[in-house]
Design a protein around this ligand. Structure first.
Ligand SMILES: *Cc1c(COP(=O)(O)O)cnc(C)c1O
Length: 378
């Protein structure tokens, strides 16, 4: 990959999102909207770099939130359609939600009954999250359809007698998947809940659609959306998070020290545990520009973070030339599920946040320091 920005413009560690790459993704998503008339929302839990919300809002219909605080951010910084889903709302937060959200999704008929009067009195478009009990993936932790799941109403718990006032059904069952998994899921949704779709104004297909990935089959997605729209006379929503920011960002870091303990170890100024927790949680191995798998190139290193956690290891990587203290390494695809999940364990500072503007210039958006660490403690 050709480096398209000046990596020395900001002190490491920093996340940098390339607006040009983000626009490419947004254009793909916009083309799906244009071809189908569907509405696409940013799922903020994956990517909340709000300095880019005005740009994202030029292409997408709005944002969705996993709770009150994200909903406030979407309201303040994007100001378009503002949806919210939560497994359970509290009385105290619900009044605030009424001020800022237009679509409110409920995870149970209990919750719906509890908040129905307030929601309808305030003119909200309300929906129920359903669970089609159709697993299309292996990763239990990311599968809302696994048995015993708390996410979505199953057919057994569905209450057709309580649908009065409900305008939409929502399902979210996918994670980094192609449109074949959507076809399978829609079949299960229609089999279990199809008869209720006729009385809805909208259906939300959730997130997990890897629409901007190179091999994603967009034609099948478009056909699915158009078919559901026509058959049930509903609006269709999609709410991808990852697909918005996929392959648009990097985490740039510096080699702080080199240690030989039977293997070559490089200690970086970035931490898997603090700055890219999905590397340990998913888990996965991020790509590094100009690197290979362990043993593939001449010099192999285990890359670790500067925290006390023994397992704060990013992975084993090989390089054509030996690493030197001060070398910079660029981790790829670090825009989504990175900034939103980072933390200051060990008193680690948070990476700065930068963007590459449309003329290729690096701009620092935000730096962090002691006050940010201190302010979330007491
Ligand atoms: C996580 C989530 C999304 C976004 O998922 P991605 O995998 O980032 O596309 C959308 N909707 C709901 C309800 C979610 O929980």
């Amino acid at each position: 990959m050709m480096l398209q920005f000046d990596i020395d413009a900001v002190q490491t560690p920093y996340y940098v999102v390339d607006e040009r790459l983000l626009i490419k993704n947004l254009e793909v998503l916009k083309s799906v909207m244009d071809r189908t008339g569907c509405r696409i929302l940013l799922a903020q839990k994956a990517f909340s770099m709000f300095s880019l919300y005005p740009l994202i809002g030029k292409y997408l219909s709005g944002a969705t939130a996993s709770g009150l605080l994200e909903a406030k951010l979407g309201y303040e910084k994007m100001g378009k359609e503002n949806h919210i889903f939560s497994p359970a709302y509290t009385e105290s937060e619900f009044d605030e939600i009424l001020q800022i959200c237009d679509h409110i999704l409920f995870n149970s008929f209990h919750q719906w009954a509890k908040f129905k009067a307030k929601a309808l009195a305030n003119g909200k478009s309300c929906g129920i999250r359903i669970n089609p009990e159709c697993s299309t993936q292996e990763h239990g932790i990311y599968d809302p359809c696994s048995s015993g799941s708390r996410l979505g109403v199953t057919l057994k718990n569905f209450r057709p007698d309580l649908l009065d006032g409900i305008k939409g059904l929502h399902f979210h069952t996918l994670c980094e998947q192609n449109s074949d998994a959507l076809v399978t899921t829609l079949n299960a949704v229609e089999k279990n809940f199809g008869e209720y779709l006729y009385q809805m104004d909208w259906v939300n297909f959730g997130g997990g659609h890897h629409i901007t990935r190179q091999d994603y089959d967009i034609e099948t997605l478009v056909a699915c959306i158009n078919r559901i729209k026509q058959k049930y006379d509903v609006e269709v929503y999609l709410e991808p998070g990852e697909a918005v920011a996929l392959n648009t960002g990097f985490l740039v870091s510096t080699v702080l020290d080199l240690v030989d303990n039977g293997i070559q170890i490089a200690i970086m100024d970035t931490s898997a545990a603090c700055h890219m927790p999905d590397v340990l949680e998913m888990p996965y191995r991020p790509n590094i520009i100009h690197s290979g798998l362990a043993g593939e190139k001449a010099y192999t290193y285990r890359l670790g973070g500067p925290t006390c956690l023994a397992g704060d290891i990013i992975g084993d990587y090989s390089f054509h030339t030996p690493l030197k203290i001060g070398d910079k390494l660029i981790f790829c695809d670090m825009a989504h599920y990175s900034m939103v999940k980072n933390n200051t364990f060990n008193g680690m500072n948070l990476p700065s946040i930068a963007k590459i503007n449309s003329s290729g210039q690096v701009e620092i958006v935000r730096t962090f320091g002691y006050e940010d660490f201190k302010n979330r403690l007491s």
